[in-house]
Design a protein around this ligand. Structure first.
Ligand code: UD1
Ligand code: CA
Length: 458
């Protein structure tokens, strides 16, 4: 029978400075896949639907608080870093006795929610759950000391290890879960009697054994998810592991990836059938790609939805946009936030679109800027045409109706409206509304100087 579930408090330790990063940015704000390490941990924590998440911060105080966001977040300051045990103690006044406490580290970003769920299921009134991992190179980690029956007795830190203990490969990941009542009792008894003169959270394991609270160890399914980040090398290693896992998942879902080592997937990305991703593509989620979408080389898509059958040609940068089906974008197109392209839109090289809605079948194939504009369907926008949306102080909108033809090199000085079916002669500077169905042009008349001669060098 399942025990009635207790409220969960998650404590994330994030006060460390991270000296080995050799950076002004606090360690937990170092980016992995474009997001702070701490944000990854918060995502995993939030998925467990805890009553509260307590983030213990110290170094980088305000910056850390401003950089991340989550529901039910409580910030706990640890002014002096006196050890992991002390850090948890700082959070305890905000945690009721009847909660289960899960301890996570702000610098262990790839921890999986599924593993944490398995760990939490092991917690009971007389049981503490401990996440361990087997490392081939355990240097630096606390070692798990078990008795002949395999029961966990205590954790010994590397610096306090005997020669024999040093050979133990099973290590402490730092992640544990236990009832708050026990934790409160044990933490009050911690003493800094160790090589670093710190309050070690790990000392509570021996206290639990003494109190007849059994330790239930769970060996992490993969070592990478409990790997901490201490320097830029480890950061790069986790980044590549993260990338590899994401790309593998996409391929397993049927996506054709031309070179798995040259695709970056950050955040959530979902793909339909027969999607093809060429080399050097960066997808920053949420990204949704419909059936048959093809993204060619060197494209960056961030928070984008793409309809089925659309082809994004090489070297496009697209951010916060909805792109319809059967569109052809690029090469070298830039689409900026709050843009919607309806089905069958063609945008070509050196076309920039910002905060605009572009109707079905409309084409702007070369050198154009379309900003703060509503464009109808089946419009042709000629090369070198620009919506002049900014008067130096304010942004104004341009409206272009259905079936309009904008001749090359047209300046549309907003606010301005071009009626349905209008044609604008090339080279016009349009400052007044153009009526529907008519040719409007603004052009000084062409003349030729008959007897003119080029100057000659004296
Ligand atoms: C700790 C564990 C060790 C384990 C290893 C796993 C202890 C005593 N040791 O060692 O058994 O194998 O993690 O990576 O717990 N922190 C604070 N406040 C503090 C001290 C630390 O918030 O006063 C935070 C750090 O920012 C970091 C985490 O706690 O996120 C771990 O601290 P760290 O000093 O890196 O512990 P380790 O020596 O690696
Ligand atoms: Ca560490």
């Amino acid at each position: 029978m399942a025990a009635p579930s207790r409220p969960l408090s998650i404590v994330i330790l994030a006060a460390g400075q991270g000296k080995r990063m050799k950076s002004d940015l606090p360690k937990v704000l170092q980016p992995l896949a474009g997001h702070p390490l701490l944000a990854h941990v918060l995502d995993a924590a939030t998925a467990l639907e805890p009553a509260l998440i307590h983030v213990v911060y110290g170094h980088g105080g305000e910056a850390v608080r401003l950089a991340v966001r989550a529901e039910n977040l409580r910030w706990v300051q640890q002014a002096e870093q006196l050890g992991t045990g002390h850090a948890v103690q700082c959070a305890l006044p905000g945690i009721p006795d009847e909660h289960t406490v899960l301890v996570l580290y702000g610098d262990v970003p790839l921890i999986r929610t599924a593993t944490l769920r398995t760990l939490l299921a092991l917690v009971a009134p007389k049981r503490m759950a401990l996440l361990t991992a087997k490392f081939d190179a355990p240097e630096g980690y606390g070692r798990i000391v078990r008795n002949a029956k395999g029961q966990v007795l205590r954790i010994v830190e590397q610096r306090d290890c005997s020669a024999r203990e040093r050979r133990i490969r099973e290590c402490n990941t730092g992640v544990l879960a236990v009832h708050a009542k026990h934790l409160r009792r044990w933490l009050a008894q911690l003493r800094p009697a160790n090589a670093q003169r710190e309050y070690y959270l790990t000392d509570i394991v021996a206290m639990a054994v003494k109190d007849k609270v059994a330790i239930d160890p769970l060996v992490a399914p993969t070592a990478i998810e409990v790997q901490g980040v201490n320097d830029k090398l480890q950061l790069a290693l986790l980044e590549s592991e993260y990338r590899r896992a994401r790309v593998h998942a996409l391929m397993q879902a049927g996506v054709t990836v031309i070179d798995p080592a040259r695709l970056d997937v950050r955040g959530s990305v979902s793909c339909g059938r027969d999607v093809v991703l060429d080399v050097n593509v960066i997808l920053e989620g949420p990204v949704q790609l419909g059936d048959g979408v093809r993204i060619d080389a060197n494209c960056v898509l961030s928070q984008v939805q793409v309809g089925s059958g659309t082809n994004i040609k090489p070297n496009c940068v697209i951010e916060r946009a909805h792109i319809g089906a059967a569109c052809e974008i690029g090469p070298f197109t830039r689409i900026r936030p709050e843009t919607t392209l309806h089905d069958g839109v063609h945008l070509g090289n050196f076309v920039e679109v910002k905060k605009s809605d572009i109707g079905a079948g409309t084409k702007a194939n070369h050198l154009a800027y379309i900003g703060d504009t509503t464009v109808g369907s089946r419009v042709n926008i000629g090369a070198g045409s620009v919506t002049c949306n900014y008067d130096g102080a304010n942004k104004w909108r341009t409206q272009i109706g259905d079936g309009v033809f904008i001749g090359s090199g047209t300046m549309m000085v907003a606010p301005v409206k071009i009626g349905d079916g209008a044609t604008i002669g090339a080279g016009s500077t349009i400052t007044k509304d153009a009526p529907p169905g008519k040719l409007t042009l603004e052009r000084s008349s062409q003349h030729t100087v008959e007897h003119w001669q080029r100057p000659v060098k004296q």
